[in-house]
Design a protein around this ligand. Structure first.
Ligand code: 4NP
Length: 158
């Protein structure tokens, strides 16, 4: 199973989702069965580490984002991943515009796996520190819901 988290810059929300989801998979002994990555719609931050505010907010909750580096969404991501999960509606619209005909993987809003449908993880980039804590709260909800969904799709193994 392969999961790709997508936001605009790949330095705030989607790396936070990647780090959070990796930790949940580690905690449940599923890290070897699910591949996780993140990327951005834009190319402005390619090669950069996550925003220091995202890094610090995640670190306060015991999540280490230091190994992550930004990359841009690529055409072959649509074939490589089973779940392509957008942080907001603009990201989703951009992904739909790039998706090849006949594309069969799951393409949708990340938070649709948790709570009321059609919610976005708001972009914290131009706001204050507390926006990054809100991102973590929402990402945690989404990651738990996504984990429950993926656990139902993984074949049981002894
Ligand atoms: P992200 O946040 O999409 O959550 O990584 C942003 C990062 C950078 C920019 C916008 C949003 N930017 O305009 O550079």
């Amino acid at each position: 199973m392969r999961v790709l988290f997508v936001c605009l810059g790949n330095i705030c929300r989607s790396p936070t989702a990647e780090g959070m989801f990796r930790r949940l998979l580690d905690d449940r002994g599923l890290a070897h069965r699910v591949q996780v990555d993140s990327c951005g719609i834009g190319d402005w931050h390619v090669g950069k580490a996550p925003d220091p505010r995202a890094h610090e907010a995640a670190a306060r909750r015991g999540i280490d984002l230091s190994a992550l580096r930004a990359r841009q969404l690529a055409a072959d991501d649509f074939a490589r991943f089973d779940y392509l999960l957008a942080m907001d509606h603009d990201n989703l619209a951009a992904m739909r515009a790039l998706a090849p005909a006949g594309f069969e993987s799951h393409l949708g809003l990340f938070l649709d796996f948790a709570g009321p449908p059609d919610r976005a993880v708001p972009d914290p980039y131009y706001g204050g520190e507390q926006g990054f804590d809100e991102v973590l709260d929402l990402v945690e909800q989404g990651a738990l819901g996504l984990l429950a969904e993926i656990e139902t799709r993984l074949e049981p193994r002894p």
